[in-house]
Write a protein that binds this ligand. Structure first.
Ligand code: G4P
Length: 543
């Protein structure tokens, strides 16, 4: 009787919380980020193996563009084809629906990664124990910090010699600017690596060298002072472990879930992805602590996942590389309500109704048509050129999701139309590629010339190739002496007017008609900032 009542209470509690509470609470949508070669692909694969989404190792190995392929453009095209299938990898684990959003490892595609991070609720950062915090790790973590995305750190490759654990934590804190709390601690490393002590659960997990670590043996160990520790790992290692754990637990704060969810505290795990070691601890802790879909900000109001009405936004567009099939897939993150197939929805920017007959869901490398999707899920929508990154789709309300930034590009070229007969095709091609977020296009106000700005130089080859093959337009590039392009705005209308007049020669407009200041050097930028203190110079712009 009592038990039944408890169950009834639970049900009415869930009902009171909203129709989709159960579905929302089941979902964990996250991204794995790292500097290339730290082990992101390997870790992703091991997580999928645990979730039963793939059966054999090696199934995901090609979701990255290898370093060696930087100048091999065709190789990249091949990889792009594969990466559609691995853009979102969903699987079930312990009754939860886990969605991993893949992020390209190659730095020239970093902007794609930045945008994907706007669609996750949390992130796992993989760091190579020997290399420590690398350049790309820093950039990606900065993007997570912009949105206070909770981060878990996984220090990988403990089967190799690397940096000292405490030094590494110091480096993570200072270079990434995050506070950490180790939840596991390594017992030796390289040849001496014996496993980890799980500080959170107070158990020892021992590493079988060269073994296929399918089932990890964990030994409950509440008190490290227990002399049995020597029997397991030997005298020297036991002494070292006791000292180190004592130090780290006194120096670093205790884990506090609320602080983690707010993005203020990052738990750290140690392991070896290739050996499948430490991965289960990471996953088990992740499913316990990682946030389920949370409310999202729009320009108009806060959107709660439990709202009855569906709303979502497009964070990535993937073009079909086969010129006979010009369709693209727009990846939409569901933010509230329930998305349903064949239902009339509002494309907010275009103010038009749309219906999707073949929305796709992604379960590891399998794609299937879905009937419905819930907050935290990503659906792929076939698109013939209607969508642009950042677009909102709703049941009718005008909502514009915020925080999908464009980053100030770093490399610039003038676009030269080589075939004036194909100007129309060129303009269409450029406009669609910009919608996909491949690069940014600026039109210089004084000359009307077009400048393409990218984060990675490889994008110039991608654009040229795609314009030729998909739009039959041919372009060349001319160098342009530019250091930075930054968006400008001011609350003070007169100051803005004066600035626009005085700096006419250095102004361009982006594809959304926003003013952009083109600085030839860091000195010119500094000078402009000093001369026009009322004008704000912005290095990111919300699309
Ligand atoms: P990425 O996606 O972050 O770029 O890295 P990826 O998983 O491809 O791993 C990069 C390299 O590091 C791979 O070796 C991979 O096998 C290795 N690796 C991953 N985890 C560990 C680990 O825990 N310990 C050790 N020792 N190595 C690890 P590769 O030689 O570049 O590629 P492959 O030929 O093994 O595929």
């Amino acid at each position: 009787m009592d038990e039944r009542r408890t169950r009834k209470d639970q049900i009415s509690y869930l009902c009171a919380m909203g129709k989709f509470t159960e579905q929302i609470k089941r979902r964990r949508t996250f991204g794995i980020i790292s500097h290339p070669d730290a082990g992101k692909t390997t870790l992703t694969e091991k997580l999928l193996l645990f979730g039963g989404a793939i059966q054999v190792a090696g199934a995901v190995k090609s979701n990255k563009i290898k370093k060696t392929a930087t100048s091999d453009f065709m190789e990249i095209e091949k990889q792009r084809g594969i990466s559609v299938a691995t853009s979102v990898m969903g699987f079930d684990y312990k009754g939860l629906k886990i969605n991993i959003l893949d992020t390209p490892g190659h730095k020239d595609f970093a902007e794609d990664t930045y945008r994907t991070l706007t669609a996750v609720d949390s992130a796992i950062v993989v760091i190579d124990v020997a290399k420590g915090v690398e350049e790309q790790t820093e950039k990606l973590v900065n993007v997570c910090k912009m949105r206070n995305t909770p981060i878990i750190v996984f220090i990988n490759k403990l089967d190799r010699e690397g940096k000292d654990g405490v030094d590494l934590l110091d480096e993570v804190e200072s270079k990434l600017g995050i506070n950490v709390c180790p939840l596991s601690w390594p017992i030796g490393m390289g040849q001496r690596f014996q496993g980890v002590y799980n500080i959170y659960e107070k158990n020892l997990v021992l590493f079988q060298a060269h073994g296929k670590q399918d089932s990890e043996e964990s030994i409950k160990f509440n008190d490290l002072n227990n002399s049995e520790l020597e029997d397991f790992i030997g005298e020297a290692a036991a002494k070292e472990l006791r000292e180190e754990v004592e130090t780290v637990t006194s120096v670093y704060p205790e884990f506090d879930r609320e602080e983690y969810i707010k993005g203020n505290l990052s738990p750290v795990f140690f392991g070896s992805a290739i050996n499948n070691f430490g991965v289960r601890e990471l996953l088990d802790c992740f499913v316990e602590i990682a946030p389920f879909p949370l409310p999202r900000i729009t320009e108009e109001r806060m959107v709660d996942p439990e709202e009855d009405k569906f709303a979502g936004f497009v964070f990535k567009i993937h073009a079909n590389i086969d010129p006979r099939h010009r369709d693209r897939i727009a990846f939409l993150r569901v933010c509230s309500g329930k998305f349903q197939r064949n239902t009339n929805y509002l494309h907010v920017r275009q103010k038009k109704k749309m219906k999707f007959s073949n929305p796709t869901s992604f379960m590891a490398a399998r794609k299937e048509v879905v009937e419905e999707a819930f907050p935290g899920d990503v659906v792929g929508l076939y698109d013939s050129g209607n969508f642009k990154i950042g677009d909102s789709v709703t049941e009718g309300e005008v909502l514009n999701f915020k925080g999908i930034p464009s980053f100030s590009p770093e490399i610039f070229r003038y676009v030269v139309n080589k075939d004036p007969m194909k100007t129309k095709q060129l303009n269409k091609g450029l406009s669609q590629l910009m919608d996909e977020g491949v690069a940014q296009l600026f039109t210089v106000q004084s000359t009307n010339r077009k400048i393409i700005g990218v984060v990675g130089a490889l994008q110039f080859d991608v654009i040229k190739y795609r314009l030729q093959h998909e739009y039959s337009a041919s372009v060349d590039y001319e160098s342009v002496n530019l250091h930075k392009a930054c968006w400008v705005k001011s609350e003070d209308e007169d100051a803005m007017k004066e600035f626009l007049l005085k700096r006419k020669r250095d102004l361009a407009k982006d594809t959304n008609d926003n003013y952009v200041f083109l600085a030839e050097s860091s000195w010119a930028l500094k000078l402009a900032q000093e001369n026009h203190p009322e004008v704000e110079f912005l290095f990111t712009s919300d699309v």
